[in-house]
Write a protein that binds this ligand. Sequence first.
Ligand code: GLU
Length: 546
Amino acid sequence: MTNKDLAELIFPNIDKTVEDYEKIYPSRNGKVVTRFAPSPTGYVHIGGIYQAIIDYLITKNNNGIFMLRIEDTDQKRELDTAVDLINEAINHYGLLPDEYEINGQIVGKYGPYVQSERKEIYHAFIKHLIEIGRAYPCFCTKETLDELRVMQEHKKQRTGYYGKYAKCRNLSVSEMIDNIKQGKPYVIRFKSNGDFEKKFKFHDEVKGDLELSENDEDFVIMKSDNLLPTYHFAHLVDDHLMRTTHVVRGEEWLSSAPKHIELFDAFGFEHPKYVHTPLIIKKEGNSIRKISKRKDPEASMSYYSELGYPTRAVIESLMTIINSNYEEWHTENPDKIFTDFEYNPEKMSSSGALYDLEKLNNISKEIISKMKAEDLYDESYKWACKYSESLKSLIEYDREYYKNILNIEREQEKPRKDIVYYSMIESLIWYMYDDRFYNSEKEYEWKNITDKEEIKNILDLYISKYYDENDDKDTWFNKVKEMCDELGYASNIKEYKKNPEAFKGNVSDISTVLRVALTTKSNTPDLYCIMKLLGKDRIIKRYNEI
Ligand code: GLU
């Protein structure tokens, strides 16, 4: 009985060999290849998009190929809609892969790009390892393994299936074959040749040259229930055959790198470059901690879509934590897009990437303030169609009117920066719609002038004597000042400051009354523009309401 017999017994139907697959998926002749390889968990974590941006950047910088690979070997966790969510997220952010699979349709010559569809390929590779004596079936039950762990913990030893604890590695081939024939359940383990006491040099593109302990664990490479490989093994096969040059992944994988290196060496394959990205962390009070799916809504990409951040704002904010020199570059090159930036893994923080929503908000405000009204109209309408029936109906009521509202204090040198995300828009413009204005509980934000009689007096005088809808802005404002003089308010702030006692108030008190009576708000965009858009009849009606 030989290893070959064992391999044949376990994989009787696997005819293709590792060499066959080498031919099916030939070398890409030096092309840079990256992949985003999420597991479909039903949740797109900010760390995933952060990695996808890096993958995308590396390919754009090097005229390479970006793949999307779905890592669904842990099928218990898989959710039906999870893959759609991933596709939606990367499309939303414009991180379009060159090779991928969608609804069973494969785009690219190195597919399938969904791991559960690559079972045969993995089996061929495992078969090869068994044949060369570098993998074996392990029949240890869960109970045996639990006991082993408890014993190791008790003795304060490293836990795991290694060295003398790797019992099944010592079974003879005939014993293994007998066990299988008797129907005993098994997993397949890699047979390690490593020595944990020995160190080897490992180069990480972010962390530089490291010394890591060799792997000595006989880790599981194929699971018993679905015969699919574990992450460690699938990663090796896929990244080798897909000719991945850069593996960008979270630093939580760094501790498994020795396993991966030993696997690559067992096959005699060159290993890819590793870019282990730092964890995304956040400030909480005085401490700093990892962004957590459980505690932080902003860990999920749905947070940003639901609030309606422009995609560019989210990308820019992540770029600032991807490379420390990005912001400076962006300031110097305001017209370039993020893919023009040369990503440098050495310029990543190795201790953690500090993400700050305040910063995102500032970036977002800036981006929205610079959008043309037409573009903001498009983007916010798209957002509303998905997330807000109420804003959608406002927009559809009169699209031009909505655009004109958006255009107040926009498309000028110092545009207004009051919109952080699209879901805020409605709360900033509702009073421009009579339907909302008359049907909501209104709280007028009067300031210095609160006396109802005085307010009425101002409004009546304004309408009867000073308001003319055809006035240009200067004339309009001069008339407000004239009215101030007539009513005993200072039209000139300097004079008012010199001698406040001499006046009932000043011109800003008067404009506040005109503004609040019309909008309920003491702070709005340009009042002249608002009046222009509302028009005479609506203004008079609102003033008469008071
Ligand atoms: N499926 C793994 C994860 O979601 C991917 C790690 C990798 O990119 O290699 O963490």
